[in-house]
Design a protein. Structure first.
Length: 290
């Protein structure tokens, strides 16, 4: 989970991606202009019940001032790959900290704090999003217990028209999670990638497929040579990588078959196989290779 959070931060920290997420999901219009976003500290200090001070960390947090026409105390994104029943309590603490900071600075009136949660799992998050939903409250007391509801967006379940509102690399992310849930994975088209390295890191983590890391250098080299990188290039690189890995594995399998037949190292090397290939097989248990 920590590794996943790190990859998300690398991509979502970019102003074009961050503003795109809020404009596409929250405002449904081009309200947030990326040039007016400012970094905000994702670490804050709070005093626990035992009197000790502790740190708490946000995933992604920015402040916004649009030439004094629109001012927002903070815009925050929390990423989840699993459903957390206590998300409302956690977000309530995050938001309180930002309001408390404004009070300490004698800010009046207070600026709004908006926190959204992005659910990247294949399970829709339809309940346990509010404080009341995780409490057992007698009906006659309910009106006296303040609720706190979190805005959760199920990325893998977004409608196509919502996905089409995105203009940054987050469109590719949204497509990926939806198609993964549907079992299609027909992601690779003419969509251009802006943040190549960060997107490949992101996909490598969430697919648990290191090939995205393997092809990253190739794509970055191609980008440096000029011209945009499209998702269809990713498909091509993955295919070529798969073919190359298949050839490499077959050479290793052949070495193992020769060892099983009693051929010596000298003969194997004379046949054109390398010391490195031989060393990779040498210490492995001998078994019939496919």
């Amino acid at each position: 989970m920590e590794q996943m959070d790190l990859r998300e931060k690398l991509l979502e920290d970019y102003e074009d991606v961050f503003s795109d997420i809020f404009n596409g999901l929250v405002f449904e219009d081009n309200i947030i202009k990326q040039q007016y976003l400012r970094m905000s500290s994702t670490e804050s200090i709070y005093k626990a019940e035992n009197g000790f001070y502790r740190d708490q960390f946000r995933d992604v947090l920015k402040e916004y001032t649009d030439c004094c026409l629109l001012e927002i105390g903070s815009l925050g994104i929390e990423n989840q790959s699993t459903l957390d029943d206590y998300i409302s309590v956690r977000v309530m603490g995050y938001d309180y900290t930002k309001y408390r900071n404004q009070i300490d600075r004698n800010k009046y009136p207070l600026l709004p704090v908006i926190t959204i949660v992005l659910n990247f799992s294949d399970k829709p998050w339809n309940d346990t999003k509010s404080l009341h939903s995780i409490m057992k409250i007698p009906e006659e007391f309910k009106s006296y217990v303040q609720d706190y509801e979190v805005k959760v967006f199920n990325i893998a379940f977004l409608e196509d028209e919502v996905i089409e509102r995105f203009t940054s690399d987050f469109k590719l992310v949204a497509k990926f999670f939806k198609q993964r849930r549907l079992g299609k994975m027909d992601l690779f088209g003419d969509d251009k990638i802006i943040h190549v390295q960060e997107l490949m890191d992101f996909l490598a983590v969430f697919t648990n497929d290191k090939r995205y890391n393997d092809i990253k250098a190739e794509l970055l080299k191609r980008e440096k040579e000029g011209g945009p990188i499209k998702m269809c290039y990713v498909a091509q690189a993955l295919e070529e990588r798969g073919i190359k890995q298949g050839i490499e594995q077959e050479r290793l399998n052949t070495i193992q078959r020769m060892l099983l037949k009693g051929l010596s190292k000298e003969i194997i090397l004379d046949l054109g196989y390398t010391e490195k290939e031989y060393a990779e097989i040498e210490n492995k248990p001998l078994e019939y290779a496919n």
